[in-house]
Every structure is written in C-alpha cells, then in structure tokens.
Design a protein around this ligand. Structure first.
Ligand SMILES: Nc1ncnc2c1ncn2[C@@H]1O[C@H](COP(=O)(O)OP(=O)(O)O)[C@@H](O)[C@H]1O
Ligand SMILES: [Mg+2]
Length: 405
C-alpha cells in the first residue's frame, strides 16, 4: 500500500478543528493513488450517492485503474447503461469504458447476499432448513438494517476475492438510501445486539438447557405465545433461531471484519450532500459520526449546485432594472418579458449566493474537511456520457475529460 498520499486528498481521522482550512478536495489524486483501495460514498437519500459512486468509478477506470462499483439502487436507465439491470449479485464488465483500466459494476441483491451467507456458513441440510423458514424469509428481506448489513457483507466478499485473485485494485461503494445517517455504520452493532437480544436468548434457552428458572419462564411464555400465535408459528420461530445460531457466529465475525476494513488506511469516505440547509446539516452529522467511529474521511461532495449565472449583473441591479422597466414601459410585451428574465436572473444569483453561504457555514464548522462542488447538469445522469461529465466535474476538469486539466 502506498505511503505517498498527498495531503490534498489524504483521508483524515477528523479530529477537533485545527483552524486550518482544508481547501478543495483533489478527487483525481484520491482515485489515482494506488493506496486508495475502497471509496465509500455516503449521505442522505436522493443527494446523488449512486451517481457520484458510478461517476467516480468510471473516471478511475478511464484513468487506468481496475475498478468495481457496488451500487445499491441505481435508477433504471443508469443501470441499463451500465449493463446491471439484472439482480444477479455478480459484478459484470461495463461496456464502453475507454482507456487502459476496467470497470465492473453490480447492483446489490440484499436477499441473495443473505442467502449466500447462510449457504456458506451452514451445512447443506441446515441451510435448506433456514432458507425455507418463513422467519428467515421475513428477516432477510425486511429486518431493519438488513440492507446496510448486506452492503457491508458484499463489500467484504468482493474485497476478499479481489485480494485473493487480484481482480480489482479499487472498490467504489454506494450506500443504501437510508433515512437515518447512522444505519450504515451501525449495521454490525445492530445485528449483534439483535442476536444477543433477550428474545433470541430466551428462544434458544431450551436448546442450550441452562437454569431451571429460565426454562420455567420460557415455557410460560411459550404457552402464552402458542395460545396466541399457534403451535406451528412458534415451532417455525424456534427452529429458525436454533438453526441460525450456528450461522450467526460467522455473520457477526465478518461484520466486525468489514467494519475494520472500513477503518483501515486505504479506505476513503466521501460524504455527498445537496447544497441545501437540511442536506448539509445531515452531512455535518455524517462527518461527526465518521469522526466518532474513527473512519477515514476524504471529503465532502456538494452535488447539484446551482450553476453560476452568466453575466456580471448583481441580483439587486437586475431587480432595479426590472422594476424600472415595469414602471416605464408596462404596456410593451418585450419589456415585460425582459423584466421577467431580469427577475429570473436575480433569483438565480441569490440562489447561488445562498448556497455559497451554506457551504461557507459548513466549512467554518468543519474547516478540516476538503470539499468539491459539482454543479447540476441540465438533465438526469443516465448514461456513461453523463457519468463522464460528472466525473470531470468531480475531478475539476469542467469538460468532463478524463485527463487532468
Ligand atoms: N450533478 C447532477 N446533475 C443532474 N442530475 C443529477 C446530478 N447528480 C444526481 N442527479 C440525478 O439526481 C437523481 C438522484 O441521484 P442518485 O445518485 O440516485 O441519488 P442517491 O443515490 O443519493 O439517492 C438521479 O435522477 C440523478 O440522475
Ligand atoms: Mg442511491
């Protein structure tokens, strides 16, 4: 692993503010550094995590790296253009990548990832039993945090394969569209506490046969539950929990391993945010949470910023001119159209100013976090061309070319 990271992109264990401004984030230095092995894009829903992950992955590939991008919920057309419409949980080569590197992409299939873990951990007999159990089916598709945990599980798998077979030298990870900023990092913890939870312990008790008191308590509860839920329900639940006991040891251990992997040098977190008060507040929360967990933060991506309006006219000047036109030439359609355009210009200038103020506020609160601003494109980002353009904006070459400006 390289030790020659330049400070412009070196992920920092963000500590207390030092008073020094970190300045712009050098995305190209980050993705070009052979020491960068994993990039995780996190942030609240809808800010552009999936787009940023895919754009970064494509740019890194076109600059020569062997990249795999693990996406969670790509928009339909984007998935199509990357050849990952099918949820088969296997990375597939993306067609149309230029240059000497390579890009594979996959879309996470949460349920299948869960099944794969069961199959790899339990005996075939036991695995079959678990996979068919109604509780397993419910848990694997809807347990709170399952998606977060499975994303970590898949990252761990791909990382192990990449290490063993030398398939990839950079893994870019998209994160689930969780409401809560904590979900991704909390997944191993949450799974552990679920498994160590009293309910599960109680259900496992007869199988392990400890204290009489517990057993007495258990049969009381069992009887009550049987009355309410029916014998089959309880039997399914007990079979499930007992069977999973063997499997979960492996689960927990690997969740911890992946958690350590995220903390390691060579991993870089990018927090993605929209230039809005709420999104930036959530981004602050992310930055703080990553710091609490001692996770390596590379920087902040402010995505979909309002593009700077052309021309020198300030918002006030535009409004004054519009007002003057309205008063002196109110009858002329051309005049009222011009006044409308002037007001529109004023709105856009003010929007850009508002966004800059919000970014400045963030920078003042977190001066150690390098930032890159990506303007909103005119339309959605749904093909390689669009990803290339976003990649260019991330890397600081506004024309979207792959080589440094
Ligand atoms: N810089 C951008 N300019 C224009 N559209 C964008 C930009 N970034 C993202 N989008 C669009 O915004 C929508 C949400 O982006 P997405 O990456 O799916 O967000 P997330 O993964 O955070 O939920 C998508 O339709 C995407 O094409
Ligand atoms: Mg997404």
């Amino acid at each position: 692993m390289s030790t020659s990271r330049s400070s412009a992109h070196r992920p920092s264990r963000v500590g207390p503010a030092t008073g020094r401004q970190a300045g712009p984030l050098d995305v190209d230095a980050l993705i070009d550094d052979p020491g960068t092995g994993i990039i995780v894009c996190c942030g609240s829903g809808g800010v552009g995590k999936t787009t940023t992950s895919a754009a970064l992955a494509l740019r890194a590939a076109e600059r020569g790296r062997r990249v795999v991008v693990l996406t969670i919920d790509p928009a339909r057309r984007l998935a199509q253009s990357m050849g990952i419409e099918e949820l088969d949980n296997t990375p597939r080569p993306v067609v149309g990548v230029e240059g000497t590197g390579s890009l594979d992409a996959m879309m996470l299939d949460m349920k299948r990832t869960f099944d794969e873990v069961v199959l790899s951990q339990a005996s075939p007999e036991k695995a079959k039993q678990i996979l068919a159990n109604p509780f397993y089916i419910a848990l694997s598709s809807s347990f709170a945090g399952t998606q977060e945990y499975m994303a970590m599980e898949k990252l761990g798998q791909i990382h192990r394969d990449a290490q063993a077979q030398g398939t990839y030298d950079l893994i870019v990870v998209d994160t689930p569209p969780s409401r809560s900023a904590l979900d991704f990092l909390d997944a191993p913890e949450r799974l552990s506490s679920f498994l160590d939870g009293r309910f599960v312990r109680l259900l496992l008790t007869p199988a392990k046969g400890p204290a009489k008191l517990m057993t007495a308590g258990f049969s009381l509860i069992t009887n009550a539950l049987t009355r309410i839920l029916g014998a089959q329900f309880l039997k399914d639940l007990q079979t499930f929990v007992t069977a999973l006991d063997t499997v979960f040891g492996g689960f927990r251990q690997r969740a911890q391993q992946t958690y350590s992997l995220l903390k390691a040098d060579g991993t870089a977190f990018l927090v993605v945010a929209a230039p809005e008060a709420d999104a930036l507040r959530e981004a602050e929360y992310f930055v703080e949470r990553l710091s609490e967990d001692d996770m390596p933060l590379a920087g902040l991506v402010v995505n979909r910023a309002s593009p700077e309006p052309a021309g020198e006219l300030s918002a006030d000047e535009a409004m004054t001119a519009a007002e003057r036109l309205r008063r002196t030439a109110s009858a002329s359609p051309t005049a009222s159209l011009t006044a409308g355009l002037l007001r529109l210009h004023a709105d856009r200038v003010r929007m850009v100013q508002r966004e800059r103020t919000l970014r400045d506020r963030f920078a003042t609160a977190h001066p150690q976090v390098p930032t890159v601003v990506v303007p909103a494109l005119a339309g959605d980002v749904h093909d390689l061309g669009g990803l290339r353009t976003v990649g260019g904006l991330l890397g600081g070459t506004a024309d979207g070319s792959t080589s440094p400006a």
